[in-house]
Design a binder for this molecule. Structure first.
Ligand code: CP
Length: 309
C-alpha cells in the first residue's frame, strides 16, 4: 500500500488492498490513539482542518489523530471567518491553505467541493463530507468497526436504513461494500431511497441490493444494521422533511426479532432513530464506532503524509 501524497475524495479512490492496509495499520494505532503509547511519526508537519459545516466527530477525531502523531493543526470552522466572506473563491482559499499545510481536511456543504479542492492543492486533500455527496473516511472507520466486531467483512448481511438519498455516509459505504462481497438491503421511505447511480454501481459490481420500506421485515437476517438520521438540513422543502421524520426507530422491541450478534451502527449524530435503551445492549456499536475515528484517521494521515511506522 503506497498512499503517500494521495487525495482522498471518494472511497473509490482506494482499492480493496488499500482499504485493508489502512484497517490493519489502524489496528496497530489503537494503543497510540488511546494515549497508552506515544508515536510522533508526523512531528513538525501541519494539518489544515477546514470545516464549513458543523461537525463534532470528524473534526475532533482528525485533530486528535494529528496531535497523537505529533502533527500540528491549524483550523477554520466558519466560512464567515475566512476571506471567502469577502468574495474569495474556494479555489484560491485552498491554494493558500495548501501553502501553509502538509495536508488539508475539508468539509463543505457543496457536493464536489473536495474534488475541486484536490485540483488546486499540491498536498493531499481529504474529503470530510461534501454536502450530500460522500464521506470516505467515515467509511474507513465503519469498515474498521464491522471487522472489529465480526472478525471479517466478507459475506456479511448489512441493512442500510434511513436517509439513503442525502446521506453521504451511506453513499460511500455502499460503494465500498461491493469490494467485500457483502449482501446489502436498503430500507428507506420511497422519497429517500438510495440514488439510482449508486444502486446501478452496486448492481454492476455483482451486488444486487434488496430494496424495502419496512425495517421489521429486514432485521431478522441482518448482521449489521447501519442506521442514519433523516437530515432536516438537506431538505429543500421543510414539509417534505415532516412527511418522513420519525419513520424508523430502532428500539429493544425491534431487536427482539434480530440475531443475537447483530450490531447496530450509526455515524452519529442521532436524533430519535435509535432509542437510548439500545445503548446498553450488546448490539450497540455506535459509540465505539465514533471512537474508532481516531486510530483510523491516524493510520490515514500517517500514510498520506509519509510517517514512518
Ligand atoms: N459522523 C460524522 O460525520 O459526524 P460529525 O458530523 O459530528 O463529524
Amino acid at each position: 500500500m503506497d498512499l503517500y501524497h494521495k487525495d482522498v475524495v471518494s472511497i473509490m479512490d482506494f482499492s480493496k488492498d488499500d482499504i485493508e492496509g489502512i484497517l490493519d495499520m489502524a489496528e496497530k494505532m489503537v494503543p497510540y490513539a488511546r494515549g497508552e503509547k506515544i508515536k510522533r511519526t508526523l512531528d513538525g508537519k501541519i494539518l489544515g482542518n477546514l470545516f464549513f459545516e458543523p461537525s463534532t466527530r470528524t473534526k475532533l477525531s482528525f485533530e486528535s489523530a494529528a496531535y497523537r502523531l505529533g502533527c500540528n493543526v491549524i483550523d477554520v470552522s466558519e466560512m464567515s471567518m475566512t476571506s471567502m466572506a469577502k468574495g474569495e473563491t474556494l479555489a484560491d482559499t485552498i491554494k493558500i491553505v495548501d501553502a501553509y499545510c502538509d495536508a488539508t481536511v475539508l468539509r463543505h456543504p457543496f457536493e464536489g467541493a473536495a474534488r475541486l479542492a484536490a485540483k488546486f492543492s499540491d498536498h493531499p486533500v481529504i474529503n470530510a463530507g461534501d454536502g450530500a455527496g460522500s464521506h470516505p473516511t467515515q467509511t474507513l472507520l465503519d469498515l474498521f468497526t464491522m471487522r472489529q466486531a465480526k472478525g471479517s467483512l466478507n459475506g456479511l448481511n448489512i441493512t442500510l436504513v434511513g436517509d439513503l438519498k442525502y446521506g453521504r455516509t451511506v453513499h460511500s459505504l455502499a460503494q465500498a461494500l461491493t469490494k467485500f462481497g457483502m449482501k446489502i438491503t436498503l430500507v428507506a421511505p420511497e422519497s429517500l431511497m438510495m440514488p439510482k447511480d449508486i444502486v446501478d454501481h452496486l448492481s454492476s459490481n455483482g451486488c444486487h441490493p434488496r430494496i424495502m420500506t419496512d425495517l421489521e421485515d429486514a432485521v431478522s437476517d441482518t448482521d449489521v444494521l447501519y442506521v442514519t438520521r433523516i437530515q432536516r438540513e438537506r431538505f429543500p422543502d421543510p414539509n417534505e422533511y415532516l412527511k418522513v421524520a420519525g419513520t424508523y426507530r430502532v428500539d429493544k422491541a425491534l431487536l427482539e426479532n434480530a440475531r443475537s450478534d447483530l450490531i447496530v451502527m450509526h455515524p452519529l449524530p442521532r436524533v430519535n432513530e435509535i432509542a437510548p435503551e439500545v445503548d446498553s445492549t450488546p448490539h450497540a456499536k455506535y459509540f465505539q464506532q465514533a471512537a474508532n475515528g481516531v486510530p483510523v484517521r491516524m493510520a490515514l494521515l500517517n500514510a498520506l503524509m509519509g510517517g514512518e511506522l
